[in-house]
Design a protein around this ligand. Structure first.
Ligand code: SF4
Ligand SMILES: [Zn+2]
Length: 328
């Protein structure tokens, strides 16, 4: 029997998001699920957040209780958009029992839902059913599948991230989502392990141009050093530095598509940072830009004077790539 006792999700908060040129109220929910089935990406610690259920029924009950908590704490009428995360893939049937999906769709019917998943779980049947249950005619596209593509380069996704899927797999999921009436939001990772600052900038530029006109939304995530990850091991050895905020600004300024960016950990040593003096203002500006889409603001921030800008330019020009064998 499913317990009616509400249980707080891993996290849940209200905020604002930019959607179709407007600012909308958004509720973000991170459900504690069965955990990521892949669980091997070099930079990821989210995969440690999982509920160890003894049965599918127990896991369903746990998820049901979290949804009950969300409904008890928030007046859902106040939100136009709901962002759903798990510590993996919302559409993975091993992680989120399929019986939970109609419950979620019923609770959030009439809203724009953005739900994160790896591409292999984006099947026509699953997405079509979810879209049908969500759709009350309010929005032309009620669902966006958010996919952590990270980069359009297969070698970088494989060697630097160990993501375990190809660009071709992403492209198939994109076509499936579109055919099922859903849009796609691509998450790109700026500066994965093993890339120099200049290589990372070049990779992001290419990824943004590859995705232009193909996906409905793009979000750039500057890499942060999360605990208990392979990335952290390298970082502790001085073999990795998170990206400069200057690089983030330069990418946003020239991006061929509208890109949102929330520089998590911005200004801190584990997150995207500059010198410590100029960081706060730049991070705040990047967050403002994600909401307003005001590129002039980005241009103005990029013109800010700080001694560390010369350092960044030097790094871009002089940093040398690793010269490691790619095979054993
Ligand atoms: S980044 Fe996503 S796919 Fe990779 S291990 Fe973490 S949760 Fe799983
Ligand atoms: Zn500075």
């Amino acid at each position: 029997m499913i317990s009616e006792n509400p249980k707080k999700p891993l996290a849940c908060w209200r905020g604002k998001e930019r959607y179709n040129g407007e600012i909308v109220e958004c509720l973000t929910v991170i459900f504690e699920s069965g955990g990521c089935s892949w669980s091997r990406c070099r930079m990821c610690s989210y995969r440690f957040e999982k509920y160890k259920a003894r049965s599918c029924d127990e896991l369903s009950g746990h998820l049901h209780a979290q949804l009950a908590w969300v409904r008890s704490q928030f007046s859902l009428d106040e939100f136009a958009m709901i962002k759903i995360f798990t510590s993996g893939s919302f559409f993975d049937p091993a992680e989120v029992p399929p019986s939970f999906l109609p419950e979620v769709a019923g609770a959030f019917r009439g809203k724009i839902v953005i739900a994160e998943s790896r591409p292999e779980y984006i099947t026509r049947e699953t997405i079509e059913q979810f879209v049908t249950a969500l759709d009350d005619g309010t929005h032309a596209m009620p669902l966006y599948c958010a996919i952590g593509l990270e980069t359009t380069s297969d070698p970088i996704r494989e060697k630097c991230i160990n993501k375990g899927f190809s660009y071709a797999a992403f492209t198939r999921a994109l076509a499936t989502a579109h055919a099922a009436g859903a849009g796609v939001k691509a998450y790109l990772l700026f500066k994965p392990l093993f890339l120099t600052e200049a290589e990372a900038v070049a990779d992001m530029k290419l990824s943004l141009s590859d995705l232009t006109g193909r996906v409905e939304m793009v979000s750039m995530n500057p890499c942060t050093v999360q605990k208990r990850t392979e990335l952290e091991t390298y970082w502790k050895q001085g073999a990795y530095r998170p990206p400069y905020l200057w690089s983030v600004l330069s990418l946003l300024k020239d991006a061929p598509v509208e890109v949102t960016c929330d520089p998590l950990g911005g200004g801190q040593k584990r997150g995207p940072h500059n010198c410590g003096t100029c960081d706060y203002e730049l991070v705040r500006g990047i967050r403002d830009y994600s909401l307003t889409g005001d590129r002039d603001l980005i241009g103005a921030l990029l013109e800010t004077e700080c001694a560390c800008k010369t350092e960044w330019e030097y790094v871009l020009a002089q940093e040398q790539p690793y010269c490691m064998p790619l095979t054993r």
